[in-house]
Ligand binder design. Sequence first.
Ligand SMILES: [Zn+2]
Length: 280
Amino acid sequence: MRRNSVFFQALVFFGLLLPGAEARAFTLSYSSALQGWQGTTLTFKTNFSNCGMPVAELYSAVDQALELWNTVPTSRLRLERGDEVTTTVAQALAGSAASGLPTPLLICDPDMENTFRVGVSPNLDPDPAFSSNNIPAVTVQAPTALTLDYAVLVLNSESGRSARVSNLVPTTLAVVLAHEIGHVLGLGHTADPVNLMYYDATARTRLSLSQDDMDGVAYLYPRGEPGQNGLFGCGTLTVGGEGPPRGPHGGVAALAEFGMVLVLAALGTRFLKSKTWRMA
Ligand SMILES: [Zn+2]
């Protein structure tokens, strides 16, 4: 009976462990050592003057996409929508953190195919086969070493193209934005359609994050432990005193607070290199 019990526990353990290892499939842009953006708040500026659709609808979709990433309880990063700016696509794609241009920036490009076929900056990797007919958005990032400090999320507003943002239903628009914002944060593509960071959003009808998506953003932006500011002690003891006995043997000490740190090995995590720019 006892032997059966141990065997059952072992099965449960591996039954939980193996799917967990498989599920750790998020990837990072550029490098497995990427550290993402610095700080705890990331403000996305917008230029929606050339989107060919009501700006209020875009704001609504952007807010839904940002709030989705804000629901990850294990991430320290808070995303917010900032001011409307006048930066052009050409300026943004040629910019950098040092240029002082607003970043990250969400902007519509009514000439998207030309932009990404020809390229507007020697830093970009223009693709001769780029077609704006089925690409709703592209995210361009400019990392500094292993940190991210500049990103442009370009939305397709090219006339006559099926993937232009004004042709997307509201849910799909929010999904596309949330996926691209994932790239802005430093996440790469995954191979599992259950993830928002899967490369193809065609079949996705719901705005949601998978465990992998949440694991990815929490990996890049882990929350600080309460107590790093010295507010909480670890295993604090109150010694002696004239109060009543606090323990079973006369109470020399009372335990006030214990901190426990669990170190999780990142077994099975896969990282894939990414291109300079990427698309939904
Ligand atoms: Zn993508």
